[in-house]
Design a protein. Structure first.
Length: 501
């Protein structure tokens, strides 16, 4: 697979360009993302699906700009797909040939089931889920997929789209009951197997609703991908949106660019949630574009990353860690120390995976400068650590990276994210273990470290000198009062031969 891949997604409502760069076999990151609300399907549903000049012209200008960006980034490979609006359009082939002639882009129309599959490949690999149903509400269709044990088992596409409903019903001031009847009839196509309490939301409508909820509750972490909520808590809120006029929608935290179709989209969303018996919602910041990229990257791996591989963590190490990345001793020592302390101090702590992730990323801050490296690490991790982790995990890992000996309490930052973090006692335990391990292995990367706890004393033995780390380790604030004794090979040979008496 080439190093830089561009993917263009032409939907009924928006056209998007993303450019991914690979940093290693499984490492990748987004280097460019552009969006244009082309509304290529505008007016089409009233004209038997035929694309109209206004949408065609906007699409051309957007695609022209995309090709300029692709040239600027020296992209190796381009994939351009179109979804519902072009699937429905009798003049789609003429549009495709026209774009090919003047812009050199090869547009491939994908069917609804393929669209649903790509969305499911993206979410199953880039969200911490096992079983779920994905819902992607677009301008022309709603595409659903069933995920069991991390694998896509079924997909379906329904003719339920925000632009479609707006033009066929809302613009004609049709009675709301007729819209609901149309939605209900389409939902009869859903197989009985499409039932799950966990739902993953894709597409502009669902993301707009999640953004609004985050504003409504003053959510402290400004990351959309992975934002979760209980559906029952917001049923009344969704109904308010469906029944609101444009002015009131703004009071409900709906952004201006979504006002014209959010009512139709929310109605579709609510009806689908009822049909599949959903209870919990995870917002996905990834979808068709990421799914296409991952289908290429993972085609020889059954479209699934190898076990215990996190693409965010791999990408961050590729880009921000200049060390030899030999973390075997560091990780094993951190697990050993955490297990020892939580047993002897009688503290329940189930955050081993988060501690290991922090250890694996402990050098990323130094990629910018060694000064205040822990602060840089916090920012990098909180922004870049987005795939396969929950928001609470991302914040905890970032907070561990933020910790240093001089500033271990971090009360202000802890209080900001208090509801997303473990209790302070557990947080302090993880902090202590993280700092001890980092201090030891910063001094001697190849040390053979052993820990023992006896009679309220933590014994640390090493086959390498820990002279420079001793004072720092003893300064670290304990969770409970206990002494630390370090036994290493820091022994001074006899100096009689160089001293004159």
């Amino acid at each position: 697979m080439n190093k830089r891949v561009a993917i263009i997604d032409i939907g009924s409502n928006s056209a998007r360009l993303v450019i991914f760069e690979r940093s290693s076999k499984f490492g990748f990151h987004l280097i460019s993302e552009q969006k244009s609300r082309v509304r290529i399907g505008e007016g089409a549903y009233k004209q038997n699906g035929y694309l109209q000049p206004i949408g065609i012209q906007r699409a051309y200008l957007a695609l022209q700009s995309f090709t300029q960006s692709i040239d600027e980034y020296c992209v190796d490979e381009i994939f351009c797909v179109a979804t519902s609006a072009l699937r429905d359009a009798p003049n789609a082939n003429e549009f495709i040939l026209w774009i090919k002639r003047y812009l050199g882009l090869d547009i491939k129309i994908i069917d609804g089931k393929k669209e649903a599959f790509y969305g499911a490949v993206a979410t199953s690999n880039l969200l911490p889920i096992i079983d779920a149903i994905t819902i992607d509400i677009g301008g022309g269709s709603s595409d659903l997929s069933l995920i069991k044990n991390g694998k896509v088992t079924d997909t379906i596409s329904l003719n339920l789209g925000t632009v479609r409903l707006k033009e066929l019903f809302s613009d004609e001031n049709t009675d709301t009951n007729r819209i609901k009847e149309y939605i209900s009839k389409e939902l009869e196509k859903l197989p009985n197997s499409f039932k799950d309490k966990q739902v993953i939301g894709l597409g502009g409508t669902i993301r707009a609703l999640s953004k609004a909820i985050m504003l409504k509750i003053d959510y402290p972490f400004k990351k959309l991908h992975g934002f979760t909520y209980k559906i029952e808590d917001y049923r009344d809120y969704f109904n308010q949106i469906i029944l609101s006029d444009n002015d009131n929608l703004k009071k409900l935290y709906i952004k201006d660019d979504r006002v014209d179709t959010i009512r139709e989209g929310t109605l579709i969303f609510v009806k689908i949630l009822e049909a599949i018996s959903a209870r919990n919602m995870i917002t996905s910041g990834v979808g068709v574009r990421e799914g296409i990229f991952l289908s290429l990257l993972l085609k020889n791996y059954n479209y699934i990353f190898p076990d215990n591989l996190n693409p965010s963590l791999v990408s961050m190490q590729d880009r921000f860690d200049n060390t030899n990345k030999n973390y075997i001793n560091k990780v094993s020592s951190s697990v050993e120390l955490l297990t020892l302390l939580k047993t002897n101090l009688n503290i329940e702590c189930d955050y081993k995976d988060e501690l290991i992730s922090a250890i694996l990323l402990s050098n990323i801050g130094k990629s910018l400068t060694i000064y205040n490296a822990n602060e840089h690490a916090f920012y990098i991790a909180s922004q870049e650590l987005k795939y396969k982790y929950t928001h609470s995990q991302i914040i905890l890992i970032s907070m561990l990276l933020r910790t240093n000996i001089k500033d271990i309490k971090k009360n202000e930052l802890y209080n900001k994210y208090k509801n997303m973090l473990p209790k302070k006692k557990i947080f302090k335990l993880l902090n202590f273990v993280y700092i001890v391990i980092v201090e030891i292995y910063n001094i001697s990367k190849n040390a053979n470290i052993k820990f023992r706890f006896n009679k309220n004393i933590l014994y640390i033995s090493s086959n390498k000198s820990l002279y420079l780390a001793k004072d720092n380790i003893k300064k670290i604030k304990r969770i409970k009062n206990f002494d630390i004794i370090i036994d290493d090979i820091s022994k001074i040979p006899t100096i009689d031969s160089i001293i004159k008496i």
